[in-house]
Write a protein that binds this ligand. Structure first.
Ligand code: SF4
Length: 594
């Protein structure tokens, strides 16, 4: 009996202590007060600080990053790119960040902390780091963990002793509107067009590198030439003189522009737009880059499986430990990598914005339920939706136009942007287009698109450890594979560890893709009725066929570069043979009377 009472007392005691501790923690976390959570107010990055404060950024390929840095510098900012995140950065991210984050969060957050620690080790006092550096990144309100990035950066920085380090956001939703609330970072027209060009050039050249390097005759030539080319384009972005109407207008018009602000600003908008898109200096820089890149010698007769990369945005973009150096590994194993441009992601955002505007219209329209005779209200409803769709549609058109125009100016071999409606349509039976987060339906859509159009031999999806949207599409992909039996699809979960395991799985799938590519090539060669030696000796006699920007027309149903090429060379041989016969016959006809 006495033992039972003691037991009850102890239980009550525990309950009381638990309740007291719970109350203390709730008070500490502010859960009992009736106020909402407020984002901590951060020191602003002011215009006066521009000449002193260095903007840090990262997360793209080196081509994108170098070009973006050049634009920042050309607009008068101090700017540095962060190194490519490595496993050590990942571990720092885990040490100072929250538990249960996705892999890119650990890598990118850890990378920033690692860089600041490096500055400190180099002898820079901590206060100077806080005062003289800011970090510029993208942000979002979700729905996946991307929405937590900003908070994660701040949390890890605080834990690592860099409390108060400033994180500037370029929200993905605001990205379309090109707006930022930070006065130190001013979105001028030059800055906007410069960034647009840098991003698109980075995409176009990134695609080209992966198309050219597997076929380069002289090892290392592609990397060297692209390094020089990107440097030259950076110089142009950094040093090109900004268009100012007051400087270029004829003398008689200068006073007019000086006195009339509206006239001056309007002229400057159009002038800067023209300068950044069709300006002589810009086009000359692009054409010089094209000539330089076209000097690389290639041998397209190497049979290689084409591996399309899909997956999560960061994992399919980074070129380091974050995806186990997958692109480098694939090329070493004899594959040709088909990378995804960042432009696809922007096109996806715009397409989704339109789809969501349509879907939400019944609840967001200005007049909820107008009666059938209230024509004015019905008209207002229709017009408001159309206006929204039209504005996004114009943005989409410009986006595709700029990207494809740059492809033409830079050699014309980069892959065009895949039409978003088709991707959504192909994915929809498996993955609802309105399920947001991460790449949404894109992973499934791309897998089906590249398979049904026979544009690759294998699809490799890079999915970060702990990625919610990728886990969803992974589940769906088994249904996709069941439907498309000849699909070679491999999802790889990327994390800070497990590189050997991932590489070995890729190697196995790649073996199958290699067989597919070899068979395709042999069939293509057989269909020409010519021997390999005949084709090769024709190529040897025609040096233009060994240039990377030589345009090989695409044949539907053939994925491999070598197979496409052999069919094209054979056509050319037949054509020149026919031409020779015709001129020979004509020559004989002319010769006979003589
Ligand atoms: S898409 Fe996945 S990996 Fe990327 S931020 Fe969201 S949850 Fe993380």
């Amino acid at each position: 009996m006495a033992t039972g009472l003691i037991q009850i007392d102890q239980d009550r005691n525990i309950q009381e202590r638990l309740a007291a501790e719970r109350a203390r923690l709730r008070k500490l976390a502010g859960l009992d007060s009736h106020t909402h959570f407020h984002k901590p107010i951060e020191r602003a990055f002011t215009a006066e600080e521009r000449s002193r404060v260095t903007i840090l950024f990262g997360g793209f390929t080196w081509k994108h990053e170098d070009l973006i840095r050049a634009v920042f510098q050309g607009c008068g900012y101090r700017c540095e790119k962060l190194p490519v995140p490595d496993v050590a950065a990942f571990q720092i991210g885990k040490e100072f960040g929250n538990n249960g984050q996705c892999n890119p969060t650990y890598f990118t957050v850890g990378n920033l902390v690692q860089y600041l620690q490096f500055l400190e080790k180099e002898g820079m006092p901590r206060q100077d780091i806080l005062d003289n550096y800011v970090f510029f990144t993208a942000g979002s309100c979700g729905p996946c963990r991307f929405g937590m990035y900003e908070a994660e950066y701040r949390f890890a920085l605080k834990n690592a002793g860099f409390d108060g380090f400033r994180v500037l956001l370029f929200k993905d939703s605001d990205g379309i509107k090109a707006a930022s609330g930070e006065p130190g970072l001013k979105f001028t027209i030059d800055f906007g067009f410069g960034m647009l060009n840098a991003l698109l050039m980075g995409d176009v050249m990134n695609d080209q590198i992966y198309q050219i390097r597997p076929f380069e005759v002289n090892a290392g030539e592609t990397d060297r030439i692209f390094r020089e080319t990107v440097d030259a384009l950076c110089e142009d972005l950094k040093n090109r003189k900004s268009f100012e109407i007051e400087q270029v207008a004829p003398d008689w018009a200068k006073p007019k522009f000086k006195s009339n602000k509206i006239l001056r600003n309007t002229a400057n908008v159009f002038g800067k737009w023209h300068e950044n898109m069709w300006g002589k200096d810009f086009l000359n820089a692009l054409h010089a880059a094209r000539e330089r890149m076209n000097s690389i010698e290639v041998d397209r007769m190497r049979v290689k499986p084409v591996v399309k990369i899909t997956g999560e945005f960061w994992a399919q973009t980074t070129e380091g430990d974050g995806n186990f150096h997958m692109f480098e590994f694939l090329e070493r194993e004899g594959a040709q990598v088909l990378v995804e441009p960042i432009a696809t992601w922007v096109a996806y955002l715009m397409y989704q914005a339109k789809a969501h505007a349509r879907a939400k219209w019944p609840v967001t329209r200005p007049h909820r339920a107008p009666k059938w005779w209230e024509l004015k209200k019905q008209f207002a409803n229709q017009m408001a939706l159309r206006k929204k769709l039209m504005m996004i549609g114009v943005g989409e058109k410009f986006w595709y136009f700029f990207y494809h125009r740059l492809i033409r100016e830079l050699g014309g071999i980069t892959h065009q942007l895949v039409p978003q409606p088709e991707l959504a349509g192909l994915a929809h039976p498996f993955y609802n287009q309105y399920a947001r987060g991460g790449e949404g339906h894109l992973e499934v859509g791309k897998n089906v698109y590249y398979t049904v159009h026979k544009l690759c031999h294998m699809v490799l999806a890079l999915k970060p450890f702990g990625c919610m949207p990728s886990s969803q599409s992974d589940g769906v992909q088994s249904a996709v594979i069941n439907k498309f039996k000849d699909m070679i699809f491999l999802p790889i979960e990327t994390s800070g560890e497990g590189e050997v395991n991932a590489h070995s799985r890729v190697q196995m799938a790649l073996g199958e893709a290699k067989v597919k590519a070899r068979l395709e090539f042999e069939e293509a060669l057989k269909s020409t009725g010519k021997s390999l030696d005949e084709i090769k000796s024709y190529i040897a006699e025609h040096p233009e066929l060994r240039r990377p920007f030589y345009q090989v027309p695409h044949r539907p149903g053939i994925a491999g570069t070598a197979a496409q090429f052999v069919l094209h060379v054979s056509d050319r041989m037949d054509k020149s043979h026919r031409f020779w016969r015709r001129s020979h016959v004509q020559g004989s006809a002319v010769a006979t009377p003589a």
